[in-house]
Design a protein around this ligand. Structure first.
Ligand code: PEP
Length: 251
């Protein structure tokens, strides 16, 4: 059975004390839908503190926003998947479009990051999505399928069963321009079919596929109602507890 998941991506926002304050507001709200897996994607330096704050919450986990494709060694400034796991975090976002664009992360490098995450018992939230020019050309299905093929198709069925996918059309991230629920549904269904061809129908049916891109309290309900949308990866609206909680409670 696939899970409904709402994951916040704080990006490079919030000082440590601000992050602790936001976490406390979410943890103490007392009205989170218990059937939703809530994930807080914090900056690296917040992971240990935020993990401690959510330790007694049955449905809140913590995520890093990236990890290294290397195991350990002389890679100044990098953070390994093993280090992420040692903070208490259980998830890691891999392949966000900002990492792909600004840090030139390729599909091949992201495949290595996935391997690192899985080897360290972290749940990867693997991001995919097309830029505007690809959507306008009409080749978005092929483009996103190719991202998945090149980064995921080396995984075993068992490894595949441990990952989460986030479909995030780049033209909808931080722009206020959400994909329509129909656009989200058709891409999610297409990706599920593509993945079923490789990993089998049952494994694809059990996969959680999140939508990301200007998801807000006023559009989350419609998007989450789509049969192949299993939740959201939330950027801007994850920075305010009231908005984030409203999104979590939108199923
Ligand atoms: C994101 O960056 O993953 C994202 C979905 O951002 P926003 O919700 O702000 O569009």
């Amino acid at each position: 059975m696939r899970k409904n998941i709402v994951a916040g991506n704080w990006k490079m926002n919030k000082s440590l004390s601000e992050g602790i304050e936001l976490t406390n507001e979410i943890v103490s709200a007392g009205n989170l839908d218990e059937n939703v897996q809530v994930v807080l994607g914090t900056p690296f330096i917040h992971l240990t503190s935020v993990s401690k704050l959510v330790a007694n919450s049955s449905n809140i986990e913590v995520s890093a926003q990236n990890c290294s494709d290397k195991t350990s060694g002389a890679y100044t400034g990098e953070i390994s998947a093993e280090m992420v796991k040692s903070t208490g975090a259980e998830y890691v976002i891999i392949g966000h479009s900002e990492r792909r664009e600004y840090f030139k992360e390729s599909n091949e490098e992201l495949a290595e990051k996935l391997n690192q995450a899985l080897a360290n018992d972290l749940t990867p939230i693997f991001c995919c999505g097309e830029p505007l020019e690809i959507r306008e050309k009409g080749t978005h299905f092929e483009y996103v399928c190719n991202q998945l093929t090149e980064s995921l198709f080396h995984l075993s069925k068992d490894e595949f069963s441990k990952i989460v996918i986030a479909y995030e059309p780049i033209w909808a991230i931080g722009t206020g321009k959400t994909a329509t629920s129909q656009q989200a549904q058709e891409m999610h269904a297409y990706l599920r079919t593509h993945l079923a061809e490789k990993f089998g129908k049952e494994a694809a049916a059990d996969l959680s596929i999140l939508y990301g891109g200007s998801c807000k309290p006023d559009n989350a309900q419609e998007i989450f109602a789509c049969p192949d949308v299993d939740g959201g990866l939330i950027g801007g609206a994850s920075l305010k507890s009231a908005d984030f909680i409203a999104i979590v409670n939108s199923f």
